[in-house]
Design a protein around this ligand. Structure first.
Ligand code: PHE
Length: 356
């Protein structure tokens, strides 16, 4: 039957599906419609003219071939038109739902970990008192972590069961507290301590101990060290400074109390409690009914610590404290498990937005 049709019509018939698919909008579809089935000068019109002049005996077959082709084209065009109309409708719907006056969607914003925010807050509390930030390495020498702090050779903290020593370098270890920053800073400032009129700093950072991980222990945690060296410094200065700082942190009605304690690098040494900021010292789960929570260790700098750094303890004196950051963050946010602070679960971090 096909041999009755001229070659260019057959080609046009073969090209039709591709031409149809290439129509991306109703206008180009309309143009294609004109080319194939339009009333004048289209492929279909041309075929009708051929039919008119065809010899009688061919008319039936030619007519059938022409009808089949025309039907194929018309159906194709109708189908594609429906497709394009639906696409246009959904595009219009989208366009009318877009309000250019609305603010753009806010991109998700990152935030500091709550532990870092708490350390930053402590730094800000002490800054007006003239304290700057000192840093030290997390891999420390035995000398800075123990010897310079008057910690004797047989002290249990030095045991390999309590401390991570570096296998390749046995006198190096992961610092067990931020106190080695005391030693480093004193050694550095000792030569011009008089010209400086003393020194005062905070040292926030990470520390490591061989603790089994559980809701209140982690082999890695954070401390903030504080130290002040000057002339005639006594417990009253320590107490006054801590009272100021802890009230700035926990609220103006916070009370503090000092209990005697022992750390080799202070004398006298104490542990400092604050009146429970959650229940107002009435007694609750966080303070275990006592109204007080232990918050830090502190004391007056031991003369041996000053001596180790080349500072004369008869001329200079000072105080130091060290506080656990996780403990304080857990209390402030009533978080029952410190691992939450390290796991980076977005839901927890989002909820912690209120820590500040
Ligand atoms: N370094 C002590 C600890 O980790 C805390 C402390 C620091 C105590 C400074 C007294 C003075 O427990």
């Amino acid at each position: 039957m096909d041999q009755l049709l001229p070659a260019e019509i057959l080609e046009a018939g073969q090209a039709f599906p591709r031409a149809l698919a290439a129509c991306g909008d109703l206008d180009s579809l309309l143009r294609l419609k004109g080319i194939y089935v339009g009333r004048e000068a289209s492929h279909a019109a041309r075929l009708m003219e051929l039919l008119k002049v065809a010899p009688k005996e061919q008319k039936r077959d030619l007519g059938a071939a022409i009808n089949a082709l025309k039907q194929q084209w018309e159906e194709g065009l109708k189908h594609r038109q429906a497709e394009l109309e639906t696409a246009k409708k959904s595009l219009n719907a989208l366009a009318s739902s877009w309000d250019p006056a609305l603010p753009p969607p806010t991109p998700a914003q990152g935030a500091l970990n709550p532990l870092n925010r708490l350390m930053d807050r402590l730094v800000e509390v002490f800054r007006p008192l003239g304290f700057h930030v000192e840093e030290g390495p997390e891999v420390e020498t035995e000398a800075h972590n123990f010897d310079g702090l008057n910690i004797p050779e047989d002290h249990p903290a030095k045991a390999s069961s309590d401390t991570f020593y570096l296998a390749v370098h046995p006198e190096l270890l992961l610092r067990t507290h931020t106190s080695p920053v005391q030693v480093r800073t004193l050694l550095r400032v000792a030569p011009d301590l008089a010209a400086r009129g003393g020194v005062r700093f905070l040292a926030p950072g990470r520390v490591y101990r061989k603790d089994e991980i559980d809701p209140t222990h982690s082999p890695m945690f954070h401390q903030v060290e504080g130290m002040l060296v000057g002339h005639g410094i006594g417990m009253q200065h320590l107490k006054g400074t801590l009272e100021y700082a802890l009230r700035a942190l926990f609220g103006p009605h916070t009370e503090i109390r000092l209990r005697p304690s022992y750390f080799p690098f202070v004398e006298p040494g104490c542990e400092v409690d604050v009146s429970c900021p959650l229940c107002g010292a009435k007694g609750c789960r966080v303070c275990k009914g006592s109204g007080w929570v232990e918050i830090l260790g502190a004391g007056l700098i031991h003369p041996n610590v000053l001596r180790y750094a080349g500072i004369d303890p008869d001329e200079w004196s000072g105080w130091a404290f060290g506080m656990g950051v996780e403990r304080m963050a857990m209390m402030l946010s009533q978080t029952p498990d410190l691992r939450l602070f390290f796991e980076n679960d977005q839901r927890f971090l989002q909820a912690m937005g209120g820590l500040d």
